[in-house]
Design a protein around this ligand. Structure first.
Ligand SMILES: [Mg+2]
Length: 504
């Protein structure tokens, strides 16, 4: 339950008629009364599909899917596996201290969606207008003071020249890296843990070198297929079950829709995963087209030709691919040839993936495909937002803001000014409570204190739909019309809207 102190002030009789204090006190007490009496919790369904833009599913004839973290969901054990293997690579291949093995794995320190300043070694939360959210900047596990942020950057604003581009590319001369990948929790946590290890032992280190080494160590774990082998050798440990993707894919096919898979992963890896998830040795029949080793995002920008896999799917054939045939598996390739050979174009195609940059940006910007983002974090955040505690805190924040805005231009006396100061402190406390509902250090993936996060801004631009898991689509008919919520612009009157529960 949130803490709401009773606000009382002793006002001398002689000042009562002249002072605004009695009215201020009454307004504040009414605020508390309104929040604490008969508070009604409004819930959102964590299994809903949410829309940023209007999408009419009856106009979608082709459904494309990514594999990792889209068709397949991984257990938290996978992040721990990447973290531990990467730490081992740091020690064994790059001569980092063996004392790193004593650091316990703690996935809860940071979240994805954050930015990392390679030069300063600062992990931080940035909003949609490139401003650092004060109170969410850390070196190692140590908070960076607000004054230090201003000293380093001149203000809370990060110049665009420091940021990754629209496609998420952050060449090494750029200062800030955006950790958006679902796998990236391992890398962020390892970076902050190793930095904290050095700081706590007064071991000097260069943040750029640390970033480079950790990044390369994590990359090694992926590139050498160490991770793929670990997953397929222990699918029960790393892949979440049950899954309804078989039902979803069968439903799409039975309705005459086309389905395709474009993944960067190799065949032997997705073969093991999809056999496990679907229970079908012939899972390939669930798709009209399968493309592996696609190399997204270059798949959308380069012209690498398709190669056909031999029937045993172990070797690539050397003859030219000039069209697609059912039952075949293709590798590499490019989107231009995909559209040419399949005849699938524009707004009849929806591509669903978890990576905003690799999966969604190019299809949306270049080809007008519709897009769906899979955001596993959404389920946990919605469940948190559905609690009475969270909603009472949020309501308090919004009402305190109104109260402060109302009286700030009016107050004159010391007592009145102190009262507004008291409310400001109360507001800051409630903001902190709100943030800590999601992550103690960094808050929600989607919001900063006063606005939307950088992640959220990207999501609004590049995802027409978003949901926590792909099989949530089963909750809707194939003629569903999703409408983005119409939010009143600041100059428009706010109209009441009704949220229909449309899940079938
Ligand atoms: Mg993926």
């Amino acid at each position: 339950m949130i803490r709401l102190p009773k606000f009382t002030l002793k006002i001398p009789q002689s000042l009562r008629l002249l002072s605004r204090l009695p009215q201020m006190q009454e307004d504040y007490n009414n605020l508390i009364q309104n929040i604490t009496s008969n508070f009604k919790v409004k819930t959102q369904n964590p299994h809903s599909v949410y829309a940023n833009k209007m999408v009419n599913l009856s106009e979608i004839h082709v459904y494309g899917f990514d594999y990792d973290y889209t068709l397949v969901r991984y257990t938290p054990a996978l992040i721990k596996e990447i973290y531990n293997n990467s730490k081992q690579a740091l020690v064994e291949q790059l001569n980092y201290p063996t004392g790193l093995y004593d650091i316990p794995f703690n996935i809860k320190f940071s979240t994805r969606g954050l930015h990392y300043d390679i030069v300063e070694g600062i992990l931080m939360k940035i909003d949609g207008t490139h401003r650092i959210q004060l109170g969410t900047a850390y070196i190692g596990h140590r908070p960076v003071k607000d004054d230090d942020i201003i000293r380093i950057y001149g203000s809370t604003h990060i110049p665009i020249s420091f940021m990754n581009d629209t496609y998420g590319n952050a060449p090494r001369h750029k200062r800030l890296v955006h950790f958006i990948d679902n796998f990236s929790s391992a890398e962020i946590n390892l970076l902050t843990d190793v930095a904290e290890f050095f700081l706590s032992r007064n071991i000097p280190y260069d943040p750029v070198n640390l970033y480079t080494d950790v990044h390369d160590a994590v990359h090694e774990v992926h590139v050498k297929h160490q991770l793929h082998d670990a997953i397929i050798n222990n699918v029960e440990k790393f892949i979440e079950k049950p899954s309804k993707i078989t039902l979803l894919l069968e439903r799409l096919k039975n309705a005459g829709k086309k389905t395709f898979l474009v993944t960067n992963s190799p065949f032997y890896f997705i073969d093991a995963g999809l056999k496990y998830l679907t229970g079908y040795p012939d899972w390939k029949d669930l798709f009209d087209l399968i493309i592996i080793d696609a190399g997204k995002p270059a798949f959308y920008t380069a012209t690498r030709p398709f190669r056909l896999l031999e029937p045993n799917c172990k070797f690539k054939k050397w003859d030219t691919v000039s069209g697609f045939h059912p039952g075949n598996v293709y590798c590499q390739g490019n989107v231009t040839d995909l559209m040419k050979y399949s005849g699938w174009n524009g707004q009849e195609v929806i591509y669903i993936g978890d990576h905003m940059y690799s999966d969604l940006v190019d299809p949306v910007l270049k080809f007008g495909w519709r897009s769906g983002a899979i955001i596993p974090d959404l389920e946990r955040e919605i469940n948190r937002m559905n609690t009475k505690e969270y909603q009472m805190t949020l309501t308090t924040v919004l009402q305190l803001e109104q109260l402060i805005a109302k009286y700030t231009p009016l107050v004159n006396t010391t007592a009145e000014i102190q009262t507004v100061d008291f409310w400001e402190i109360e507001l800051a406390n409630e903001f902190k409570n709100l943030k800590e509902n999601f992550n103690k250090q960094f808050g929600s993936l989607f919001r900063t204190i006063h606005g939307t996060s950088y992640f959220s801004r990207r999501l609004a631009r590049f995802a027409d739909l978003y949901t926590a898991r792909v099989d949530n689509l089963l909750n809707y008919s194939l003629s569903e019309r999703f409408y983005g919520r119409r939010i009143s612009l600041p100059h428009e009157a706010a109209l009441a809207t009704i949220d229909y529960e449309r899940i079938i």
